[in-house]
Design a protein around this ligand. Sequence first.
Ligand code: PEP
Length: 275
Amino acid sequence: MKRKKLVVGNWKLHGSLLENQRLLNRLKQELPALSGVDTAVCLPFVYLHQAQTVLQDSGIGWGAQNVSQFTEGAFTSCISAKMVAEFGCTYTIIGHSERRALKLESNQVATKRLLNALHAGLTPIFCVGETLDERDGHMAELIVRNQMLNVVYGLDDEAFALAKKFNMVIAYEPVWAIGTGEHATPEQAQRMHAFIRMMVAERDREFAEHIRIVYGGSMAPHNAHSLLSMPDIDGGLIGRAALVAEDFIAICQTANQCLAQKTAALEPSPPAFSQ
Ligand code: PEP
C-alpha cells in the first residue's frame, strides 16, 4: 500500500513572533515543492493565527499541540477543539507523552480530547509509546496496546467514521527516545508500527491499510532515511529538529524521496525484450 508520508513539527514551548516568522518563511520557500510528502507544524496556541497568516495557501498545514477535553464552560485556561479549528488548523496532537507524564492526561482524558478534535473536523495525531522501564520489562507492546484500545474499541461507530473521514494519524513515540538524541532502531520502530496497524485492522482492515502511523523520538536528518524507509513508518513527528529550518526541511526532503523510491519499487518492471 502506497501511503503518502506525513512530517509534522512539534514546536512544544518554543517560539516568538520574530523567530516563528523566520522559520515559517524558510519552510514556505522549500516545502511546497515537495509533492510526495504532507508537511505541517504544531505550534503553541498563541501563534496559530500567525501560522494561519503565513502558511495560508502554501500547502503546509498547521495545528495545535492539544485541545481540551471540554467543549465549553467554566474551565479557565482551556482551549477547545472548535476554537482551534477557527484558526484554520488541520491537525492537533493528542496524548503526547509530555502531557501523559505530567499526569494531566490519562487514556480516558486523551480519548475525550480525541473525540472533541474529531467533532471539530480536525485530524488528531494520537500519540502512544512506552517508557524505558516498560521496554526493559518487555511490556512495550502491552502498554501500546492499552493506549490504543480506546482508539480501536473505545470509539463508537459514529466517532470511528469521523476518525476515518478526517484521516486520524497515530504517532508511535517511545518515551525514552523523545528529546534524548537516542532513537528507536528502524527494526524496533517497524515492529511496533506493524503491531499498531494490526490493532487497527482488528476493527477495520481497510482503514488499517490507509491510516498513517508516524514515528517520533529524536528523528533527525542523519537517521530519517533508515526510519522512513520502513514499510509501516509513514512519516515523523519531529520535536527538536523541527526548530532548525534546515533540519526539518532535510527530513521532509527525505520523506519525499522515500515515497518516490517506494513508488518505483511498486511499478511493474518492463517486459524483457525478446528477439
Ligand atoms: C516529540 O516531542 O514529539 C519528539 C519526537 O521530540 P524529539 O524529536 O525532540 O525527540
